[in-house]
Design a protein around this ligand. Structure first.
Ligand code: GDP
Ligand code: MG
Length: 443
């Protein structure tokens, strides 16, 4: 699911992520493309309209976060809004104060109720160590009872059934009584569906609901049915006040619009997603993960995290002010080198830095990764006093340092000279550009 939507949104996002400055026109263009992508994915028109409005407002009023570029901040807004749209926090499954917890599965024929009943039983046992009783309350199609019984056999779990003549309400009540006796902590009632919503069906479901007071009513909807899924969800919710939705067949090539609209239209959370026909193919629905998946932002977000952890903004500032006050020592130098090294190949990093071409031209400052290792070794061979005040390093100290680091006195000399030059240059640079920060400049 979501491939088309993901493709389009990711294209749009790529365009804006790298931007160091985002104008109102940029935001406009991006929201227009996001809007088209969502509509094309069959997301409800009104849902799209509201979402775009919120994204626009937030993208424009966005506070400047130093660790992210403006483009990345806009993407962050889109992701947060998509997550919110799908329900924000992942919702939980009910646990009754007094067992058993009763869950009623409802939905149209073919939506996946029976399959999902089996999957859910499996999920409850595997993840929560529960012991559910399955209940075959779809008496209209003999095959439906067989189907659930087969699933029960596969799972080695009991199924309560009574043949096609019994009344579904009685079946449900008896099953709950049996569950109490036999200490089942969950009762999963598989109910009948119809091709379309009709009064008979709703009447029966309402009666089961009134008699059994279920802790959860899960509406099972086929995500392949697009906008119809939203309409169906809306009317089931009107009549039964459902507690959650299970979206099935998200493994298919559905455009995904239903997933993105159902929560907004019904206000009811999506609790699970069916990802295939097999009994272990049910996933708890995590809105934030789904949003990341749709936006394909695994990469962007890990990049942002990387930037945040590896170039600790505060530390960098501290260093700068130390350099300015000339209190920058070899200890600081070493620390900074560790940071630089952890970020990747030096050449690439230098290319990314503003004004890098000029710096590279300065012969004395040119270093490669191998030289870095030598430099590190030399600094590590210095005493603390030497690192803080290199002026104490006389000839005999130089000899000792060279020996300790496996380098030569000439190399130690070169580093000391480089260090002085660097301090000088840093001072010049920091004086030149008095802290103009990048940010989001929207008119
Ligand atoms: P019910 O009439 O609502 O009980 O629907 P069923 O449980 O009988 O499912 C109808 C069909 O959909 C069956 O062929 C299932 O195997 C299939 N199905 C159910 N859930 C999924 C799912 O998440 N993915 C896929 N691919 N097929 C599913
Ligand atoms: Mg069924």
């Amino acid at each position: 699911a979501f491939e088309g939507l993901a493709d389009r949104l990711q294209g749009t996002i790529k365009k804006i992520t790298g931007k160091g400055k985002v104008t109102e026109a940029d935001v406009k263009e991006m929201t227009r493309e996001v809007r088209l992508a969502l509509l094309e994915a069959d997301v409800n028109y009104k849902v799209v309209k509201d979402l775009i409005k919120r994204i626009k407002e937030r993208a424009v009023g966005q506070e400047v976060m130093e660790s992210l570029t403006p483009g990345q901040q806009v993407i962050k807004v889109v992701k947060e809004e998509l997550t919110e749209l799908m329900g924000g926090e992942q919702s939980k499954i009910a646990v009754a104060n007094k067992p058993p917890t009763v869950i009623m599965m409802v939905g149209l024929q073919g939506a996946g109720k029976t399959t999902t009943t089996g999957k859910l039983a499996n999920h409850l046992r595997k993840k929560f160590n529960r012991n559910p009783l399955l209940v075959a309350a779809d008496v209209y199609r003999p095959a439906a009872i067989d189907q659930l019984e087969t699933l029960g056999e596969q799972l080695e779990m009991p199924v309560y059934s009574k043949g096609t003549d019994a009344n579904p309400v009685d079946i449900a009540n008896e099953a709950i009584a049996k569950a109490k006796e036999e200490h089942h902590d969950y009762v999963l009632i598989d109910t009948a569906g119809r091709l379309h919503i009709d009064e008979d069906l709703m009447g029966e479901l309402t009666q089961i609901k009134e008699d059994t007071s279920p802790d959860e009513i899960f509406l099972v909807v086929d995500s392949m049915t697009g906008q119809d899924a939203v309409t169906v969800a809306d009317s089931f919710d009107d009549q039964l006040d459902i507690s959650g939705v299970v979206l099935t067949k998200l493994d298919g090539d559905t455009r995904g619009g239903a997933a993105l609209s159902i929560r907004a239209v019904t206000g009811k959370p999506i609790k699970f997603a069916g990802m295939g026909e097999k009994l272990d193919q049910l996933e708890a629905f995590h809105p934030d993960r789904m949003a990341s998946r749709i936006l394909g932002m695994g990469d962007v977000f890990s990049l942002i995290e990387k930037a945040e952890t590896e170039v600790d903004e505060k530390k960098a500032k501290e260093m700068q002010s130390k350099m300015r006050s000339m209190s920058f020592t070899f200890e600081d130098f070493l620390e900074q080198m560790e940071q630089v090294k952890s970020m990747g190949p030096l050449d690439e990093l230098i290319d990314m830095m503003p004004g890098a071409n000029k710096m590279k031209g300065m012969k004395n400052l040119q270093v490669d990764d191998k030289q870095l290792t030598h430099i590190e070794a030399i600094i590590q061979s210095m005493t603390k006093t030497e690192r803080v005040d290199p002026s104490v390093i006389n000839a005999s100290r130089k000899k000792r340092i060279a020996k300790g680091s496996g380098t030569s006195v000439a190399q130690v000399n070169r580093l000391l000279k480089q260090f002085e030059e660097m301090k000088k240059m840093m001072k010049q640079m920091t004086n030149q550009k008095k802290g103009k920060k990048g940010g989001m400049n929207l008119p």
